[in-house]
Design a protein around this ligand. Sequence first.
Ligand SMILES: Cc1cc2nc3c(=O)[nH]c(=O)nc-3n(C[C@H](O)[C@H](O)[C@H](O)COP(=O)(O)O)c2cc1C
Length: 175
Amino acid sequence: MTKILAFSGSFSSDSINHQLVEYASSKIGTASVSVIRLSDFEAPIYTKEREREFGFPTPIEDLRKLFDEADGFILSTPEYNGSVPAGLKNTLDWISRMEGKIFQDKPVLLMAASRGGRGGKSVLDHLTTVLPFWGAKLIGPFGLPLFQQNFESGLLKEPFDTELQKLIFQFEEAL
Ligand SMILES: Cc1cc2nc3c(=O)[nH]c(=O)nc-3n(C[C@H](O)[C@H](O)[C@H](O)COP(=O)(O)O)c2cc1C
């Protein structure tokens, strides 16, 4: 069966982006979805010395196996200071040191949830530019602003729900 790996770019246990990942994953009908937390695959900050002396951290090797097995990815990331959170970037930097492209030419549904009104626009603009270089077949992006107002009792409000549903359809077509 087609496999999807779903995770947020947040290392916080109460992550709103993780909630959005869970929600989008629940809408997938044609594949099995594994929702993981990057905090379960935490690695030290990448340095050349660490790689040279100790090789790849075991959590990164484990995560890379999941990347290899997946046919597609669902990613929702917080925006930190207009950019990618360090934890997500560090994880992907480690993965990029292994053979092949990070996302291996597979579809990636890109999302961001924010508590403010911009829906992570800056980080989505940035990732829209760089994800193809990281080997992603980009689907989206989908930005969810004002999370507390637009995601109530575990449900996404309109027009966001319809917008996300369309992207999920495109994502499933691309798998
Ligand atoms: C260091 C830091 C920088 C942040 N910068 C931004 C920002 O540039 N834009 C924004 O919309 N929110 C920003 N926020 C707010 C986060 O988007 C908010 O905390 C969000 O809940 C994080 O997502 P998460 O709950 O999935 O971890 C920042 C938060 C932190 C801790």
